[in-house]
Structures are given as C-alpha cells and as structure tokens.
Write a protein that binds this ligand. Structure first.
Ligand code: SAH
Ligand code: SF4
Ligand code: F3S
Length: 469
C-alpha cells in the first residue's frame, strides 16, 4: 500500500533534521560532510540515491571519502565476502572517528537484516551510531533526528513491511540515467539465496506511479532508465488490478522523450512469449537480456528451487534469438553448489558453449546461514570449486571476446555517459547491448545518442568514432 501520510511525516522530520545539522555545523564553523558507500546490486544503488537525497536536503554536503563527518555503509549480504569487506572497513573507520569528534557512522542495507550481524556489531563495533534495515529506509530522516538526540547506538530493524512510501527526496548519481524500482522483495526462495530473507516479500508498485516517476525523470533530463526488481517477470501479479511486465514495458515505451529502457533481473521461469514480443516491438527497449542460469544441470536446478530445467532454458534462448536476432544475452552462474558433481559442472559448461553469452558473472557458491542449501550435506571442497571456477571463467571470457569481435567495424548507436576518466579528450558511452565504447568527444554530448563506428575491439570495450550521416 502506498502511504502518503508517512511521506508527509518524513518531510516534517527533514525540517527538524535541518535544524540539527545547522547547529552542528555552526559549532564547528563549516558544513557537515557525508560519504555514502554502496555495496551490492542496483537496488542498493537506488536506495543510496534516496539516502543522499535526504542528506543533501537536510544540509550535508558531499565529502571526498570516508574521512567525512557522516559515513554510511549501505551493505550487501548475498555472499560472505560482501560481509567481510564491511567489517574490514569498520576497523579503520573507528580510527577516523577518534580523530573527528563530530563524526557519525551508520550501517544499513541487507546485511543489517541478519540478527547475527547486528549482534556482532553491538558487541565489537561500538563506534557505530545508527543501524537500520531495508524495510524502513524511508524513515531515514526520522532516524537522523533520533541519532542527533541520542548518545547511544540506535538500532531499528523491521522483519518485513507491506508499505511503499514514495515521493521522498532522491539525488541521482548520473544526470541522464536512473534506476526505477518497479517492485521490492522476492518470493522465489532459491535454496542458496538470502535475498528473500533480507528484502521481504514481493510487492509491486502501481503502474501509474511508475509511469509518473519516469515522466518526471525525463523532464529532469533522464534519457535512459533501468526498471529494477529481483524478478521483473513476475511484476504486477499481486496488484489489485494485475498487470504483466510486458504490459508495463509497452506503457513505458510510450513515454515521450525517453530514449532507452533496460530492466533487471529476469527469472527464466517467468519469461513469457508476451515479454519477448514486447522487447521486439518496443523501439526504446534495449536488446539485452540478463537471464541468470545459475547451473546447467537440471538435477541441480531442481535442488536450487529454480523451477526450470536445462532444456527449457535453452528453448528460451532460441526463442529470444529467433524473435530478436541481435539480442545480447548475459547471465549469472554459481559454481560449487552443494553436491555439484563433475557431470553437473559439465552440463553448465555445455550450456555456456551452446548459448555463447555476451558476458557472464561467475560466482563461487557461498554458504548463507538460514538458507536450505547451507544445511545440505556434501559441501564441495575449495580446491575442486576453484578448479571448476577457473575453467568456467576461461570459457566465458574466450566466448565473450569472440562475441565482442563480431561487432568490430559496425556502426551502432551509443548513448554517451561520461567524460573519460583517463583521457579528457575522450567520452565513454554504451551500446544498446550494454558494451562500453570510448570515442573522441566533449562533455556536452553526455546523455545523447550518436551513431558510432566501432573501429577497434579491445576485448571488453571498443574504441570508436562518430559517423555523420
Ligand atoms: N534475483 C536475481 C539475482 C539476485 S542475486 C535472480 O534471480 O536472477 C545476484 C546473483 O548472485 C544471483 O543470480 C546468483 O548467481 C548469485 N548468488 C546468489 N546467492 C548466492 C550464493 N549464496 N552464493 C553465490 N552466489 C550467489
Ligand atoms: Fe535470490 Fe532467487 Fe530471489 Fe533471485 S529469484 S533474489 S536468486 S531467491
Ligand atoms: Fe546484495 Fe541485497 Fe542486492 S543482498 S545483491 S544488496 S538485494
């Protein structure tokens, strides 16, 4: 349920927080600075834009790094190493805090939805001032006020929520592109995955709210949007008036002034013919499909609770390529899931050879406490996993290089994203299929689309040149 009352309440807290920030900065004789560091996926990146929106509204200015007066880590817990990074950094943050008496530290995001994590922080990282979770991020202004009013660690974590609170301040990282949440949470409970436990149940936003948000983004100079959800293909099923993702795409495609539409992530079990037709028909929808495979073994896919098998997956790929011949297909693959045999792994390699992915993210299975897979016997020894991982990575990389070479010499539309960091005479943009292109240009080109000849393929990026027709 969308909650306007709550939105109004949070704007009151923003006014109150402004007073606190003003009086603190008067005390130290300069503006207070912030640093928001984001771990994890696009959802977290979008959430961080919401945090920054509030911070700037209440009077903080952007700091250069973690020496800022307020450091916030928006955390991820999808794999163990994401957690370890946070603990490592908290170690040196506590030293910075000793040198800066006004410094505050906040932790939020997926990792904070785990009890054991919060307990550990309470015990071993007393430098932290504020901890909140994924469900109450819209209360950030209110939590800020509480932080200023208290000297002890504030912890506010909710188990779940059915609320969707909209129209709070947001500050985009990029002027010309933006993520747009179309749904929150996940109901799929893949047996290895912690996301449904830390992001709660699936909730879709009303289509008219999504359209309104995109229209106002376009007014504000945005030319590319990415529709975000853990499984966009099941969008709208639980709305009072159900809408499909394909219908939503067609609606969004009608928005005038918008140039490119991307989306993430598609679950193979819910990828409909209707959606493939919509991708083919909608001129603004990029020809790129991120379709996580996880494993090529039908036996393992079943244990992973993915609800598709190898054959169904390969059929989907055929259908996609038949209807949208130039579509780029990318994926996620997990190596070393409990009980993975050499035969299972060979099936994964087989799918990779058959599909020929444009690119693939490969992950070593990470045991997440509380998920069914964590309790499974036959966890795979590290050396075996490492060998399989290296083998898979080598195959994935050699295929992506070959695929990338296929476009060399072609002229294709490129949306310019930024001035090149290393060489100011160049700008950097992306093809429809998400590949990176560097070309001579100036910053006024940012946000616009140009026809670019891909003169040279450098593996995972191209060097190009604008062609004038
Ligand atoms: N909702 C998306 C994925 C979100 S998590 C989907 O279903 O496609 C992003 C990726 O992290 C997943 O696709 C999976 O490949 C990987 N992942 C999730 N849990 C993992 C775990 N326990 N160990 C290793 N990789 C994992
Ligand atoms: Fe995790 Fe599966 Fe949900 Fe993706 S669909 S977030 S992998 S449970
Ligand atoms: Fe990580 Fe949470 Fe995204 S666990 S991958 S940041 S939804």
């Amino acid at each position: 349920m969308r909650d306007l009352e709550e939105t109004r309440l949070q704007y009151d807290y923003i006014e109150k927080a402004k007073e606190y920030v003003k009086s603190e900065s008067e005390k130290i004789g300069r503006p207070l600075t912030y640093c928001v560091h984001t771990f994890g996926c696009q959802m977290n990146a979008r959430d961080s834009e919401k945090l920054v929106g509030v911070l700037e509204q209440v009077g903080y200015v952007e700091g250069k790094d973690e020496h800022a007066d307020f450091v916030i880590y928006n955390t991820c817990t999808v794999r163990e190493n994401a957690n370890n990074k946070v603990y490592g950094r908290l170690g040196y943050l506590s030293n910075y805090k000793k040198q800066n008496p006004v410094m505050k530290i906040a932790l939020c995001g997926c990792m904070m939805q785990e009890n054991a994590v919060v307990e550990k922080i309470k015990k071993s990282y007393r430098c932290v001032d504020l901890i909140f979770g994924t469900h109450n991020i819209y209360k950030f202004a209110e939590l800020l006020c509480r932080m200023f009013e208290s000297n002890s660690m504030i912890i506010d974590i909710w188990k779940d929520t059915d609320k969707i609170v909209e129209e709070l301040p947001i500050k985009r990282k990029f002027s010309f592109k933006s993520g747009v949440n179309i749904m929150f949470g996940c109901n799929n409970f893949c047996s290895y995955c912690i996301v449904p436990y830390v992001r709660g149940r699936e909730r879709s936003r009303e289509p008219q709210d999504i359209i309104r948000e995109i229209e106002s983004l376009v007014q504000d100079g945005v030319s590319e949007i990415m529709l975000l959800g853990q499984n966009v293909n099941s969008y709208g099923k639980n709305l009072e008036q159900p809408v499909t993702f394909a219908e939503l795409l067609r609606e969004v495609n009608r928005i005038e002034g918008l140039k490119r539409i991307r989306f993430m992530t598609s679950h193979p079990k819910d990828l409909s013919d209707d959606l493939i037709d919509a991708i083919r028909d909608c001129d603004k929808v990029c020809h790129h499909m991120h379709l996580p495979l996880q494993s090529g073994s039908s036996r393992l896919l079943k244990i992973m609770n993915r609800h598709y098998d190898k054959e169904h997956y390969l059929d989907l790929v055929d259908k996609l390529r038949e209807k949208v011949p130039d579509i780029a297909i990318t994926t996620d693959i997990i190596v070393g899931f409990p009980g993975e045999t050499e035969e299972d792994f060979a099936e994964t390699m087989d799918v990779v050879r058959k599909v020929r992915y444009d690119s693939a993210f490969t992950f070593i299975y990470s045991k997440r406490t509380g998920t069914p897979a964590a309790a499974m016997e036959d966890q795979i020894p590290q050396d075996v996993v490492k060998r399989r991982f290296d083998e898979l990575l080598a195959l994935v990389q050699s295929i992506s290089n070959e695929k990338a070479m296929e476009l060399e010499g072609k002229t294709l539309p490129v949306l310019i994203e930024e001035q090149n960091v290393q060489d100011a005479s160049l700008v950097t943009g992306r093809l429809d299929n998400n590949s990176v292109v560097h070309l001579p240009g100036t910053s006024d080109m940012i946000g616009k689309i140009y026809n670019v000849k891909l003169k040279e393929c450098k593996g995972f990026y191209y060097l190009g040149e604008i062609v004038n027709e």
